[in-house]
Design a protein around this ligand. Structure first.
Ligand code: AMP
Ligand code: ZN
Length: 116
């Protein structure tokens, strides 16, 4: 499972609207934005989900969050934003490559979750 959709986006084999790239991390616009700002931050290396990270990934995860913060400000959500990491079946993760959603824009994104 090392050539999933997001591996291929990270490698530039599938086009995306990239807003950040370094040796470990890529960020790009979500193809189906839920809010005016909707970005995805991914590791270049295939990691299936937050449920499969190891202690060695801690610096990478920290950098992903720091990049998320910077990009939110730069890309049109300077007054706050939400990060979402859907994980596994219960988390309704559709793409099996770790990704941080950044959602925001000029207006509040709304309450966290509908209560059940
Ligand atoms: P998740 O449900 O957390 O796995 O989210 C997957 C996200 O990937 C969704 O918000 C999709 O709109 C987004 N997505 C799927 N394919 C692409 C693509 N080719 N380029 C950019 N975003 C994509
Ligand atoms: Zn992958």
């Amino acid at each position: 499972m090392d050539r999933c959709l997001f591996c291929r986006i990270a490698a530039g084999e599938i086009p995306s609207r990239k807003v950040h790239e370094d040796d470990e991390i890529v960020a790009f616009h979500d193809i189906n934005p839920a809010r005016p700002v909707h970005l995805l931050v991914i590791p270049k290396r295939h990691i299936t989900s937050l449920a499969t990270v190891s202690d060695a990934d801690v610096p990478l995860l920290g950098r992903m969050l720091a990049i998320a913060n910077r990009l939110a400000t730069e890309q049109g959500s300077p007054d706050g934003f939400r990060v979402i990491i859907n994980t596994g079946r219960v988390g309704h993760q559709e793409v099996q490559h770790l990704h941080i959603h950044i959602v925001g824009g000029p207006d509040p994104v709304g309450p966290m979750l509908k209560r059940v």
